[in-house]
Design a binder for this molecule. Structure first.
Ligand code: TYD
Length: 220
């Protein structure tokens, strides 16, 4: 599908700083005259809102938040998000910055899965669910030590989401370090996220510069 925009995904474990970094990067691009659309998953649409309520235990499923049920819900939210929000913004020439995408499903739902199933089977199934979700132009993985992320989460002080458990986050950090294996063929950039906000922001800008500057609508 032809479009004038560029679709950028930012990923990492909880506390990696993706939300802060996306805000900073969006401001940086806007200052340079770019049209930017910031978004996130779970989305703010009806399916995403329902999923967020499950993550924060505001709502409960009778059978509990099993990994397979959650993978289905995240995938449904994603298709609605892509078709209803991401693709229209791309058609308008925006740089779309999404805080999480299907790499989150491949990392989180496989790590949260029933360990009696072989990992490759779970990953394959999640990939199939997301078969029709358009590929990002580039994905930035913000890699942080799980201890750093855990400290940041505690400092933030918000109630913990379903997956914000240290043992699970340790395994997620390893999954993200090898993100290429989860989304073969996608373009993945790794940025060290342990530094202070400004240090990470400049690493992210440098990593993305070749993609953003090459894309249409780049302010000259
Ligand atoms: P997060 O992005 O950290 O938002 P907030 O800032 O509101 O905490 O929370 C979303 C959570 O959902 C996070 O723990 C990752 C998880 N998640 C999945 O497990 N699978 C997915 O496909 C997506 C998009 C998110």
């Amino acid at each position: 599908m032809s479009n004038a925009g560029i679709f950028v995904v930012v990923e990492g474990i909880d506390g990696a700083g993706t939300t802060t970094q996306i805000e900073r990067y969006a401001a940086y691009l806007r200052e340079r005259g770019r049209k930017v659309h910031v978004t996130r998953e779970p989305s703010t649409g009806p399916i995403g809102t329902f999923v967020r309520d499950l993550l924060t235990s505001r709502r409960q499923l009778p059978s509990g938040p099993a990994f397979d049920l959650m993978a289905l819900l995240f995938a449904a939210d994603r298709l609605d998000h892509v078709r209803g929000e991401i693709e229209p913004a791309l058609r308008e020439g925006a740089v779309v910055l999404s805080d999480r995408y299907d790499l989150s499903s491949l990392a989180y739902q496989s790590v949260a899965s029933d360990l009696s199933l072989p990992a490759h089977e779970i990953v394959g199934w999640i990939r199939t669910l997301n078969r029709f979700a358009r590929r990002p132009d580039v994905t930035v993985v913000v890699d942080v030590a799980p201890e750093t992320a855990s400290k940041r989460r505690r400092h933030r002080g918000a109630p913990e989401d379903l997956y914000e458990v240290d043992a699970l986050q340790n395994r997620l950090a390893k999954a993200y370090a090898h993100a290429e294996a989860l989304v073969p063929g996608d373009r993945i950039l790794h940025v060290h996220g342990d530094g202070d906000i400004e240090t990470v922001a400049s690493l992210l800008r440098e990593a993305l510069a070749p993609f953003i500057e090459r894309s249409p609508n780049h302010a000259r």
